[in-house]
Design a protein around this ligand. Structure first.
Ligand code: PLP
Length: 355
């Protein structure tokens, strides 16, 4: 929680006083613990949350979260639920806008807060920029309050001269100009995620949407250094084997000892989110400040590490990633990224919250 607070303050120090910070808490707050994190961020001053899917928002409401919740990727079949739980949809196509309007009109809602998402180049989800005039016509009546207009950069962490980012920013500026000239003035604009805050502070507009940076990562070493990882994944050695040179370890002869060795088994495996790509000496975990390799193939429930050169015993704690060996660094060893590593942690991994 202290590190979360640190990251929040670092982000706030990078954004203007009148720019809002939307805390992105999708996928259970990036695999951690969504309710406590949401409440803590609210106490620090966050007044808007974003999640990916409707059920994530419903869960937060059922847990007593009262502040506005933006749903990035609502699906049409959940539109009634959105209204029932007072969530704010992102509308991203003619079909979704028309359908949502139809439902709020049926329910005689007025000024229901919605957000419009434009596709400026990521080509994932969003209105084509040229639909701006059509949208203008559709949001005239009283049923809708167009709370914000936003888009998402495809490579916010790449160098600033990145042509795709420049193209996206310019398109977004044009969309913004049209909106401001033709629409009611209260609409907010936002474009940046975590890396964007560090890379393009001049385009933070009225809000920024930060997820991974609250967790301590921002996709570049120099930005990561300002932040503190909020999660550490630990395990304990459950058995140690002294094995002879030439012995095999794990399924499918995944590792053969080149000398007499000590092997420790940890009760965590690919079912817990440490995938097979971390096996066979790709991934290193940390014991007493020293890095040791994962050897052999990772099993569903367990993995083995080579502790030949380390003094340790059964019951000792091992850090898989965290302070010393952070999630971004550990992720790279398995050819993945912090986002995937954090959000892949399985249900069996206990989340324990520390001050
Ligand atoms: C996930 C997401 C974010 C947050 O991105 P981070 O890189 O974690 O800060 C922002 N905006 C949208 C639309 C997203 O899907």
């Amino acid at each position: 929680m202290n590190n979360l607070e640190h990251n929040y303050k670092v982000l706030r120090s990078h954004i203007n006083n009148d720019t809002e910070l939307i805390a992105v808490l999708k996928a259970s707050a990036y695999g951690s613990e969504i309710v406590r994190i949401s409440n803590h961020l609210e106490s620090l001053g966050v007044n808007q949350i974003a999640v990916a899917y409707v059920d994530e928002g419903v869960y937060l409401r059922k847990q007593g979260v009262k502040i506005p919740i933006l749903v990035f990727y609502p699906q049409e079949e959940n539109f009634e639920k959105i209204i029932k739980y007072n969530l704010e949809p992102s509308l991203y196509s003619i079909k979704t806008l028309i359908k949502f309007k139809k439902i709020i009109n049926l329910q005689k809602k007025i000024k229901y807060p919605v957000h419009i998402k434009y596709n400026t180049g990521l080509n994932r989800i969003g209105f084509k920029p040229e639909k701006v005039k059509w949208i203008h016509k559709e949001v005239q009546d009283d049923s809708i309050h167009l709370k914000s207009v936003y888009s998402h950069l495809a490579s916010s962490e790449s160098s600033k001269k990145n042509p795709l980012s420049i193209k996206q920013i310019n398109l977004f500026l044009k969309i913004k100009e049209y909106h401001q000239n033709h629409f009611v003035k209260k609409t907010k604009f936002h474009l940046l995620n975590s890396s964007g805050v560090f890379n393009y502070p001049e385009y933070q507009f009225n809000a920024v949407r930060c997820g991974i940076a609250l967790h301590g990562y921002a996709n570049k070493l120099e930005w990561d250094e300002k932040l503190k990882p909020i999660a550490e994944l630990t395990s304990t050695i459950c058995q140690i084997h002294r094995i002879k040179k030439g012995s095999n370890v794990g399924y499918d002869n995944g590792w053969i000892a080149t000398k007499d060795s000590s092997i420790a088994t940890l009760p965590i495996g690919h079912a817990d989110g440490i995938g097979r790509h971390f096996g066979k000496q790709s991934g290193y975990v940390s014991i007493k400040g020293k890095l040791v390799p994962i050897v052999g193939n990772i099993c569903m429930d367990m993995l083995m590490i080579d502790i030949t050169d380390i003094e340790c015993k059964e019951g000792d704690i091992v850090s898989i990633f965290g302070k010393q060996n952070n999630a971004s660094r550990f992720a790279k060893m398995g050819d993945t990224i912090s986002y995937e590593l954090l959000t892949s942690l399985g249900k069996r991994v206990k989340r324990v919250i520390h001050k």
